[in-house]
Design a protein around this ligand. Structure first.
Ligand code: RFL
Ligand code: PHB
Length: 398
């Protein structure tokens, strides 16, 4: 059985769902295919910090009502080192904010918005394949929840299926994939405890980074830098709390509150950029094309920024037949992606422990000290943390 649509979107993460909504608002139809179940997608604990730029976009496309009510509004973040806590106030320089609102909530709001449009969002879509991307009639096939093979003929395919999806495997073999692996991972927890500071905190300890974020007044989200080959089972709750407490000790705040851990996960740190994000009628977005380490909280924001650029380009073709913005999609999005890579790498290299060398720690401490003392350094960090402008508007209004 063959269905037709303008855009086949693979993956119902932030990139795919946001793109689907922006296309809908421009009168472009799409089918979103998601491998996982709806409950799985709604409950995946991941990112939490949204740039002002992302929140402005979500507001503009009408999916930020709950976010505006429930998100925690932050001016910047805290840095802790040498047992001393410093606040970096980026809001002061720009009037802009960062918003703490879990990725699962963003995804839930986008799923609800999609359902309200009545356009197709298909969960449990197995064995997705993509063919004929060198034509204007690419074909996507999948097996539905009842085991039936389905076929969709589209005009474009949006690969929003993350770093383990099928879309990126369709890129030509000469596509350059630039990778930097880091020798550590983040062990993350969600716990019923009061966050240690009112805004998120990176604590740079000679023995490694700890990150203290939150999802609510009594719900903390915290991370520990651990070696890449860490076995999660070796980390009992007690060991996690001990290490979080040790790395975040200070002379100016009470010790960390401990409590029930309700989620535990391990995420390796990687930096990846596919420096060609399109081939024929296939376009890659978000984690399917690039990964940043979580330091700096850029991944979800970049996924939304790519969706915005592709929405504009598809809108332009739809309204005028002009393909120029589609042709230049990669060139349009890559500069902002590299700014995020650069920012994430900068934070990663200053905040993590890389080895035993005491010279290394002193260099990092010197950099951290500049960040806490220099308004111009803070302004520069804040420009990227709160979100550089998106490369294009989301809608073609010509
Ligand atoms: P996603 O969210 O991975 O969504 C891809 C979707 O595609 C589905 N899929 C398939 N569907 C059909 N067929 C297939 N063959 C498929 N293969 C996969 C998947 O099930 C999934 O639903 O990618 P997207 O949309 O590009 O979004 C990217 C973000 O999820 C990611 O960059 C962020 O989570 C990264 N990140 C953070 N980003 C931020 O902006 N702020 C943060 O505070 C932040 N913190 C984090 C993070 C990532 C972390 N981990 C888990 C690496 C903290 C952590 C610990
Ligand atoms: C989070 O709240 O999950 C979070 C905070 C800061 C980061 C990454 C993730 O750098």
């Amino acid at each position: 059985m063959t269905e037709r649509c303008q855009v086949a979107i693979i993956g119902a993460g932030p990139a795919g769902l946001a793109l689907g909504h922006m296309l809908h608002l421009q009168g472009i139809d799409s089918v979103i295919l998601e491998r996982q179940s709806e409950s799985h997608v709604r409950s995946r604990v991941r990112a939490g910090v949204l740039e002002q730029t992302t929140v402005d976009l979500l507001t503009d496309i009408g999916v930020a009502e709950r976010l505006r009510r429930e998100a925690l509004v932050h001016n910047g973040f805290y840095l802790r080192f040498d047992r001393t806590t410093h606040h970096l106030d980026f809001h002061r320089h720009s009037g802009r904010h960062a918003y703490v609102y879990g990725q699962a909530e963003v995804v839930a709001d986008l799923i609800d918005a999609r359902k309200a449009t009545g356009r197709p969002l298909i969960f449990d879509a197995d064995d997705v394949t993509i063919a004929d991307i060198d034509t204007d009639r690419p074909v996507v096939e999948y097996t539905d929840v009842d085991g039936r093979r389905r076929r969709i003929e589209a005009e474009a395919v949006a690969g929003c299926d993350g770093s383990h999806g099928v879309s990126r495997t369709m890129m030509p073999s000469d596509t350059r994939i630039l990778v930097r692996s880091h020798p550590f991972a983040w062990l993350g927890i969600l716990a019923h405890t009061r966050p240690v500071t009112e805004e998120g905190m990176y604590s740079a300890h000679p023995d490694g980074l700890s990150v203290h974020s939150m999802r609510g007044p009594r719900l903390s989200r915290q991370y520990l830098q651990v070696p890449a080959e860490t076995d999660l089972d070796a980390w009992t709750d007690e060991r996690i709390w001990r290490e979080l407490r040790r790395r975040s000790q200070s002379d100016d705040h009470p010790p960390l509150e401990t409590g029930e851990i309700i989620e535990k996960s391990l995420a390796p740190l990687r930096s990846v950029v596919t420096d060609r994000m399109q081939t024929g009628s296939l376009y890659l977005l978000g984690d399917a094309a690039h990964i940043v380490p979580p330091t700096g909280a850029k991944g979800l924001n970049l996924a939304i920024s790519d969706a915005c650029a592709l929405s504009y380009a598809l809108g332009r073709r739809h309204r005028t037949g002009d393909r120029s913005a589609l042709t230049s999609y990669t060139d349009t999005v890559l500069p902002r992606i590299w700014q995020a890579q650069s920012f994430s790498w900068r934070l990663t290299s200053v905040l993590h422990r890389f080895g035993e060398d005491p010279y290394d720690w002193e260099l990092r401490r010197a950099r951290l000290t500049r960040w806490t003392q220099s308004p111009s350094e803070q302004q520069a960090l804040g420009e990227v943390y709160l979100g550089l402008p998106f490369p294009t508007p989301w809608r073609f209004d010509g």
